[in-house]
Design a protein around this ligand. Structure first.
Ligand code: WT7
Length: 667
């Protein structure tokens, strides 16, 4: 399953990291930030350690409980851990009612902006009303506690409304990213045995009205259950959609139930809040199960401690709610803390490449959280776009999803943060529910390219193949050696696969020692800062030397003129695998022999001659999934001259042939 990259005699990885460490500098948290931060006492690390697991009461205390819990951590049936057992609460109550009761009825909860420029603001009072109305409507449709409701919607306010309405009546939601295909929807609905779907007619992308309903209908044809569907009318006259026999109009349902009062159902802390499907090493998506108490406490705590969210903030996580980042840090964490959370429907370059900066300026956004891949696009577009806007409202920046190369980090720090905002580089996963490794922005110095130390209470380590901790500077595997409240509880209806995927590698069941394996490679430095190298399945083996593709990419994107790079291993007769690099240049740079040489030299300089690219291919784009992840498998196929795998899940399938043609013509 796992591509082991440490197969030499000693079991030690041979990845040479000196060069990468050398290019680091450190940055101190700005004083102005420290003075106002939610968490600024460095003792927090010790407090958590000395008082573990009771330290997690600090997270639970951020919530309102209907019934107090008896036990913080129940580990009798590890790794099926339980948190805050005996406790009861409702997530919708915690995200809405209690803020209204505390006088925040008129505070903006969600500020939404459509791609064409229309805006909608929901106060906490508005949001509660609509959530109650829709919760009542769902009940009328037959939704009962514990029924899984599938939500297949783009970035429109009705998505978080539907999530909270489900939470209110104790029906777990399963959000399927709107960019996923009809087949993906069907697979997930069947896997969850879901009988309810909330979707919409369509949405805008770069000014075009996309027909989403058609895709949903196609998906429904592959669903085994009889499904009741609710359709949100996002596009009005722009797109006429026809409701089938089992379909209901969202607007009508909400109007019919206007003013309804729906008591939030008290859920056991361990009751499922939602399911989120994610891809694994096999083709079958994994249904990650998150719970009401632990997940909500964990996202609230990390939003408070890491994102420094305060009720009076305007906070913006520019992710899609169809992914875990949006669940945890657009919806549940921020709303649990009673802040104003932004939502934007469209793309960052529509109608112009300054769209996001314009939005930040107009809304006086305090905190901005995005992905390194986006930052690299901004870099490519150039500084003129952020320079057009007053970004002085920003106090904190964040990144998530992949390693950030120091050059992009520094660009973000300088051109978006004005050298006055700390950056949190947050490592976590769908499975972890919330952030695990990151600096605390008022406490730790920042090291570009390194996520930072594990959060207080998180025992993350970097180990060798035998599970022994390795020395600073060497590459190994990331493990998490203690449970945490936001962790997945199991894979939906598949406890066996849950154990196989995450607990098999490093645990010692006979000794009842359980170690979580996230399948990432990492290094740790002398200060305990973790640099995540990427999934261990993205690692290549050249002449018996193991190289992180992420590292090579980091070297390449350090070359002036390079915007983005993807590195994969391709079959090689002599070396086993060789390094193939696909490079996107910045707009003002030209592909040339000279550029190629500089890229090769940078790789040799940063990592060593062993990582010397076999081929450097210039391409205008990389094949990406709809979620923005580079489809390495296809690049590997091209590099190896293999038959190309499935391209149907790509956002830009046409680019694959374009690149393949270049390889064939020997360009
Ligand atoms: C994988 C998880 C976390 C929500 C979005 C992705 C990679 C995530 C970082 C980071 C380096 C990172 C890891 C991880 N990853 N954050 N800050 N630095 N790598 O969630 O789809 O479950 O993917 O994303 O490889 O295992 P996901």
């Amino acid at each position: 399953m796992v591509a082991v990259f440490m197969s030499d005699d000693t079991g030690e990885p041979e990845v040479e990291l000196e060069a990468r460490l050398e290019e680091r500098e450190t940055f101190e948290p700005p004083e102005s930030f420290v003075e106002q931060a939610n968490v600024s006492d460095p003792d927090v690390y010790e407090e958590f350690e000395e008082n573990w697991p009771d330290c997690w009461e600090r997270a639970a205390d951020l919530l309102s409980w209907d019934e107090a819990y008896d036990t913080v951590l129940e580990d009798g049936d590890a790794p099926f851990y339980e948190w805050f057992t005996g406790g009861e609460l409702n997530a919708s109550y915690n995200c809405l009612d209690r803020h209204v009761e505390e006088g925040a009825k008129n505070r903006a909860a969600i500020k939404w902006e459509g791609e064409l420029g229309e805006t909608r603001t929901y106060t906490y009072g508005d949001l509660l009303n609509e959530v109650e109305a829709f919760a009542a409507a769902l009940r009328d449709l037959g939704v009962e506690e514990d029924d899984v409701v599938t939500l297949y919607m783009p970035m429109i306010p009705e998505l978080p409304i539907a999530m909270l309405a489900c939470a209110r009546i104790g029906a777990p939601h399963s959000v399927v990213f709107a960019g996923f295909s009809a087949d993906a929807l069907a697979t997930r609905m069947n896997s969850a045995d879901s009988e309810y779907l909330v979707t919409c007619d369509g949405y805008y992308r770069r000014g075009d009205a996309l027909n989403h309903k058609e895709k949903a209908d196609k998906g429904l044809r592959g669903v085994e259950n009889d499904v009741q569907t609710v359709v949100v009318d996002r596009l009005g006259d722009e797109l006429t959609h026809f409701l089938g026999a089992d379909a209901h109009d969202y607007g009508e349902l909400v109007a019919d139930h206007e003013g309804a009062s729906v008591e939030p159902v008290s859920r056991d802390a361990e009751d499922m809040l939602f399911l989120m499907y994610t891809s694994g090493t096999t083709g079958e998506p994994k249904g990650v199960k998150h719970t009401t108490g632990g997940y909500l406490a964990y996202t609230a705590w990390t939003s408070h401690a890491v994102l420094d969210v305060k009720p009076e903030d305007t906070y913006w996580c520019a992710a899609d709610i169809g992914w875990i980042t949006g669940h945890s840090y657009i919806v549940y964490g921020p709303l649990a803390l009673g802040t104003t959370t932004m939502m934007y429907e469209g793309t960052p370059d529509y109608p112009e490449k300054d769209r996001l900066w314009d939005l930040i300026e107009r809304n006086r956004v305090d905190t901005f959280y995005t992905a390194p891949t986006a930052i690299r696009s901004f870099m490519k577009w150039g500084t003129e776009y952020p320079e057009r806007h007053d970004l002085s409202s920003l106090r904190l920046l964040g990144t998530v999803g992949e390693p950030i190369n120091p050059r992009a980090w520094k660009w973000y720090y300088k051109h978006i943060g004005g050298e006055e905002c700390p950056i949190v580089d947050t490592w976590w996963q769908t499975e972890t529910g919330g952030m695990m490794i990151t600096t605390l922005p008022a406490i730790n110095e920042m090291k570009p390219g390194s996520a930072g130390p594990p959060l207080p209470g998180i025992d993350a380590r970097v180990v060798d193949a035998a599970g022994e901790e390795i020395s600073a500077g060497e590459a190994g595997y990331l493990t998490v050696n203690d449970p945490w409240p936001g962790m997945l509880r199991t894979l939906y209806r598949n406890d066996e696969r849950f154990i196989e995927e995450y607990w098999q590698e490093y645990s010692d069941p006979d000794a009842d020692e359980w170690v979580y394996f996230p399948e990432d490679g990492a290094t740790v430095d002398e200060d305990g800062y973790v640099t995540v190298l990427g999934r261990v399945d993205d690692v290549i083996n050249v002449s018996g030397h193991r190289l992180g593709t992420m590292e090579i990419e980091s070297a390449i994107v350090g070359v002036p003129g390079v915007a983005e790079a993807a590195v994969v291993g391709g079959d090689h007769e002599i070396k086993g695998e060789a390094v193939y690099t696909y490079v996107i240049l910045e707009d003002d740079a030209e592909p040339s022999e000279d550029m190629r040489e500089r890229i090769v030299a940078a790789v040799e300089d940063d990592i060593g001659p062993i990582a010397r690219p076999e081929e450097v291919l210039f391409t205008p784009e990389l094949p990406k999934t709809r979620s923005g992840k580079i489809m390495r498998r296809l690049l590997e196929d091209i590099a190896s001259g293999d038959e190309l795998g499935d391209t149907s899940t790509l956002r830009n399938p046409e680019i694959v042939d374009e690149i393949a043609d270049q390889v064939d013509s020997g360009a």
